[in-house]
Ligand binder design. Structure first.
Ligand code: S3P
Length: 424
């Protein structure tokens, strides 16, 4: 019997402030930056969940030592005795590939069945330009074999707005002999570029390429803000209930993470944000979302990259909105932890809504209601969590099969949603 969780709809408008768990993208980066650093670092507020544990285990296999919040990098990386298991985490695998491209040893990176089916060939061309030797399986998937090499500077251009591919390139390029540049379509989360710039290793021309200067990352302190991709589940839940409000302090406000807030606003929710701090040049702040009536929207272009992890939530909102919601230019959805074009539309249909998959996105018929029902998470955390949010205003309960898929990013989300729904 697979693990299942049933959520009952909220019964009245809720008003609450919630501190969400640490940002996953920044947690992976802090662990990996600290591993490449020339002195120990301190990391506070790491994201919970298996994905970040995958990164911690991986760097431990390379000789990084961690106790409490202190991370001691190895003087030179130790050669792992067996393949490094990145679990379900694409960020761990892709970022580490860049790191290992410049380490004088052979490493093998592998992962669970979902990760071993995801596209990794996209790393090969940009890293090869630096002199890296990375081999995928014949179909472009993991396990990846990385034979560390002496790297040289290179100028590359990639055709997807992938922060993971950019970061892999940049973490290899700081180890190269000579400067490099990288250019890609806009909309990607530029956490890595901002941190490298704060450390004097990168600069980005407005709308142009990022230049990388080789050098060492310093030992430093990382105070990880809350994860806007986790807060998004609470924002969406508030947006579904007229007059409900959720306030989330100290979340990352990186422009490449704000696509969903813009979509919420366009759909009719009331959104307020205020920058209150920063982490190495990357803004953080408070966001509040208040529910007002929703209407359908079209999502395309650079907004897609800046909302990529939240698109299953856009489908849920679209089902409860008035009119049609259409997402295009989002073929990347098919390369996530599940084929999210198929899993998202299957979720909406399982809950009694109208959804159609297209080649590069989906269309959702906004009827204003969902009946509830049983959703298969398809092993994908974001489908499990979006289905939970769909319960907010469903006519009946929502049961999530394989609910523990959420463990990779936010293990306690169901309890948090229930607590939010019962707050007044
Ligand atoms: C991430 C980048 C995005 C995102 C993923 C995390 C990151 O992937 O979907 O959840 O931390 O860099 P891509 O870079 O492949 O678009």
């Amino acid at each position: 019997m697979r693990d299942a969780r049933t959520l009952e709809p909220a019964t009245a408008p809720f008003h609450i402030g919630v501190r969400v768990p640490g940002d996953k993208s920044l947690s992976h980066r802090a662990i990996i930056f600290a591993t490449l650093a020339d002195a120990p670092s301190e990391i506070a507020g790491l994201a919970p969940g298996q994905d970040v544990i995958s990164s911690m285990r991986a760097v431990a296999a390379l000789g990084t030592r961690m106790s409490e919040q202190r991370l001691n990098p190895p003087e030179t990386m130790t050669r792992p005795t067996e393949p490094i298991d990145c679990g379900n985490s694409g960020t761990t695998m892709r970022l580490l590939t860049g790191v290992l491209a410049g380490a004088a040893m052979r490493t093998v990176l592998t992962g669970d069945e979902s990760l071993r089916s995801r596209p990794m060939r996209r790393l090969v061309a940009p890293l090869s330009a630096l002199g890296a030797r990375v081999t995928t399986e014949p179909d472009g998937t993991a396990p990846l074999v990385i034979d560390g090499n002496h790297l040289v500077g290179a100028d590359v251009s990639i055709d997807i707005a992938s922060a993971q591919v950019r970061t892999a390139f940049e973490l290899a390029a700081i180890q190269a002999e000579g400067p490099s540049t990288i250019q890609s379509p806009a909309g990607y989360r530029d956490h890595t570029e901002r941190w490298l710039e704060a450390f004097g290793l990168a600069s980005t021309d407005a709308g142009g390429p990022t230049s990388i200067t080789p050098g060492r990352i310093p030992g430093t302190r990382y105070a990880i803000p809350g994860d806007p991709s986790s807060a998004a589940y609470l924002w969406a839940s508030a947006a579904l209930v007229e007059g409900a409000q959720v306030v989330t302090p100290d979340v990352s406000l990186n422009p490449g993470r704000l696509g969903f807030l813009g979509i919420l606003e366009r759909m009719g929710a009331e959104v307020n944000g205020e920058v209150t701090g920063e982490i190495h040049g990357d803004p953080t702040g408070t966001v509040s979302v208040t529910g007002r009536g929703l209407h359908g929207v079209e999502v395309s272009g650079a907004t897609v990259a800046a909302a990529i992890d939240e698109l299953p939530l856009v489908a849920v909102l679209g089902a409860y909105a008035e009119g049609l919601t259409v997402v295009r230019d989002a073929a990347e959805l098919r390369a996530k932890e599940s084929d999210r074009v198929e899993s998202t539309t299957a979720m909406i249909r399982a809950l009694g809504g109208g959804a159609e998959a297209t080649e590069d996105g989906f269309a959702i018929v906004g009827t204003g209601f969902l009946s509830g029902g049983t959703v298969d998470a398809m092993g994908d955390h974001r489908i499990a969590m979006a289905a939970a949010v769909a319960a907010t205003t469903a006519d009946g309960p929502v049961t999530i099969l394989g609910a523990s898929a959420a463990d990779v990013s936010w293990p306690s989300i169901y309890d948090t949603l229930e607590a939010v729904w019962s707050s007044r």
